[in-house]
Design a protein around this ligand. Sequence first.
Ligand SMILES: [Ca+2]
Length: 146
Amino acid sequence: MKFKPAHLLGLGSLAVAALLLAPYASAKNSYRIAAQAQFKLISADGKGEIGCIYCHASPTGGRGWNKFGQELSGFYFGDAKRNIGDALYLTLKADKDADGDKYPDVLEVVAKTLPGDATSKPTKTVAVLEAELKALGGVDAFKPKP
Ligand SMILES: [Ca+2]
């Protein structure tokens, strides 16, 4: 195949787009990675278990939060701008049920379901999950590391 200048232009455009989007994508990804570690949502093989949909309305992230993300952003951008670790912890400590599925957000973290999506619900009862949370040390198990 003969290489044409048009190919270079295409590659150049892709490279520029990647450079422009990289800081945006990595900033958001750092929040996802922080949430995975703090909420203990990392599988035995070290892989993260949550995607952008954990807090965002879209699986690809970007603007627009789901109900849990709205609670989180309230703590993150609230009276004093907090770091993501404190905002994550305070969101669980508030003891709310963001998606209204009758499971408090902290119990959905324990159950590894989506606290911002009412169609993603734990299979265990609230009482069983409360006992599991207690065994972990309560909501403070999800406190940010100092
Ligand atoms: Ca819920």
